[in-house]
Write a protein that binds this ligand. Sequence first.
Ligand code: AMP
Length: 291
Amino acid sequence: MTINKFKGTRMLEVIHSPEDMFKLSRGIRKGGNSIGFVPTMGYLHQGHISLIDRARKENDIVVVSIFVNPLQFGKNEDLDRYPRDFERDYSLCKDAKVDYIFYPSYSDMYPEDFNTYVEVKELSEILCGAFRPGHFRGVTTVVLKLFNIVSPDRAYFGKKDYQQLQIIKRMVKDLNIPVEIVACPTVREPDGLAMSSRNRYLSPEERLSATYISKALFKIKDAFDRGASEVWRLKEVGLDVLNKAPLIGEIQYLEVVHPENLKSREYAQKGDVVAVAVFIGNTRLIDNIEL
Ligand code: AMP
């Protein structure tokens, strides 16, 4: 099947089966058109839309996948209550001029005899990986499957999930996967909170507390810009802010790390990343900022 699709004559189609998606994407590429791919777990917000907009600008065809991937959730995590609203996602995709939504079922992606996993060592074991064992193995496994099914020229990922982005870049490099990974800036609410599907879990009081996360990161960046580079000092600046948040729970980590290997620093350098994971009530939120 060869598909010659012209920009401007778009209709949004939903594809369920991996086989159909596979045939379709091969046809699109045979027809000389490029594919930009945005993998998501749905419940779309402006962060996702910014990835879609970028993909729209840089490719002939845009494919968005919506799949809440059970493989990347731990036993006591929020798989069952993860927000889902396909109709809303469909209409957001339509407005954003997406061409295809790939919307597979669990059994389509993981038949009963499924038994192959992809793991990026080391990078997957630190920061979030230390608190969510198996999480990144679930992410890399599903992303590689999606890449094989969609065969995109370019795939778009948010810096919001900074560690995930670096792990996927590493997987693509290590396994010679023929796709360009495009990193997109974090989209924030007007008060600084990084947009996330999980923000919907927050009560109004928790939502207010959550603003302290980005406040802490901005304050650290400010201190760095004014000349502070000892990481213990920068952490203190951040923790001071976080500890003022009324409903703050466990602070899992607040680290200054190398932008690619994600190793912790003693002295921060320009381009390093400050990454944080905290609980606000029962909701685990992550954020980061580049120095
Ligand atoms: P998710 O649906 O949470 O798995 O996210 C799908 C993609 O959207 C990932 O590449 C995320 O990094 C990206 N993303 C999520 N939130 C944001 C945000 N606030 N700004 C930019 N990208 C985001």
